[in-house]
Ligand binder design. Structure first.
Ligand code: NAD
Length: 330
């Protein structure tokens, strides 16, 4: 049993990871300021477990590092300002707050007496600048050279905050592992992502109407959150993963978004047609991680296929969001 701090634990990946760690019997502290993470029944149930504590705090405050415990064996830093809407409306805060959060989390990590690992959540967006300037191999390996994107574009702030965060981890002196998530999906992920958005459209679609799908020909691979959590927990425990950077996602299948829409319609139990809409500006026509390094290091390969993951996700969204009696905070 280890004592573990998960930052951003009220959010999507943080909640699922914290629940898995609590199931394994670890003592888990859930830190969040609820800027985005929802206070729902699932989080309250988790917080009531005897081996779980909640810490409501703002990680952008440097003094927080002095107030928290110093006996964590593992710190997983997931807290960040994310999402296209936030990045477009508050690019300056995305840069400054995300970097401040990494700084506080690393200052805390340095005060620990016996820290095994600091896990930092980076992103597939980190490859976006190279993609725009030079093109990238797909599936994309971790060794791909990184390029800063167009600095006049608000969206670049998010990848820059992660690029800077990765470099901070490397020179912090703490034992770190960097993970670059690619298209993780599942229950409790909010509404601003292609999977819940298409699920909601399909759920509310009138009989016979077409499901409109933007960038229908663009290819993506998707990783169900339980698989992402499995990679994370293995990487945190394996000594060979210290000092390394890994993609976390699912390499195959890489499907056109139009075909993903079909899987979504099947899960919802509809046979409406799919209607391709214009491509979203800036959306890459392919994105998939090269998972060779992560699979070799962890001995794990994603197990939950897209139809299964989409069915599980739909069941949750139908019951907790689309047909919820009270308005869900998602
Ligand atoms: N979901 C994905 O597919 C994906 C892809 C790439 C990268 N990531 C990265 O993984 C991490 C987790 O992503 P997620 O999808 O769970 O995001 P999320 O938005 O659901 O979770 C982030 C959490 O951080 C919290 N937070 C924000 N500011 C805070 C602050 N100042 N102090 C304390 N807590 C704060 C939010 O309230 C939220 O609960 C993020 O760092 C994100 O950049 C996720």
């Amino acid at each position: 049993m280890r004592k573990i701090l998960v930052t951003g634990a009220a959010g999507f990946i943080g909640y699922h990871l914290a629940r898995r760690l609590a199931d394994q019997g670890h003592a888990v502290d859930l830190l969040d300021n609820h800027a985005r993470g929802v206070r729902d029944a699932a989080l309250s149930d988790l917080a009531r477990r005897p081996n779980v504590r909640t810490i409501e705090a703002d990680l952008t405050e440097p003094a927080l590092a002095e107030r928290l415990d110093t006996d964590y064996g593992l710190i997983v830093h997931l807290a960040a300002i994310i999402g296209v809407a936030q990045v477009r409306s508050r690019p300056y805060q995305v840069l400054t707050a995300n970097v401040a959060m990494v700084q506080t989390a690393l200052a805390l990590a340095r005060r620990q007496t016996d820290l095994g690992r600091f896990l930092f959540a980076s992103t597939s967006e980190i490859y976006a600048g190279t993609l725009q300037a030079f093109g990238i191999p797909v599936p994309t390996p971790e060794t791909t050279p990184l390029t800063a994107g167009d600095l006049s574009e608000p969206r670049t702030t998010y990848m820059l905050s992660k690029l800077y965060g990765e470099a901070m981890c490397r020179f912090s002196g703490v034992p770190f592992t960097i993970v670059r998530f690619h298209n993780v999906y599942g229950p409790r992920m909010g509404r601003s992502h292609v999977v819940p958005q298409l699920l909601e459209k399909a759920h509310r679609l009138p009989a016979g109407a077409a499901l409109g799908v933007a960038s229908a020909g663009h290819r993506r691979s998707f990783c169900y959150v339980d698989d992402a959590v499995e990679y994370l927990t293995r990487m945190a425990a394996l000594p060979a993963c210290a000092g390394e950077v890994f993609n976390i996602g699912t390499q195959e299948p890489e499907l056109p978004i139009g075909a993903v829409a079909r899987v979504i319609l099947d899960a919802v139990g509809r046979d409406n047609p799919v209607e391709p809409l214009p491509d979203t500006p800036g959306s890459p026509n392919r994105r998939a991680p090269d998972m060779g390094k992560a699979i070799a290091a962890t001995g794990y390969r994603s197990r939950i296929d897209l139809p299964d993951g989409v069915r599980r996700t739909y069941a949750w969204y139908r019951d907790h969001v689309f047909e919820a009696v009270e308005d869900c905070a998602l």
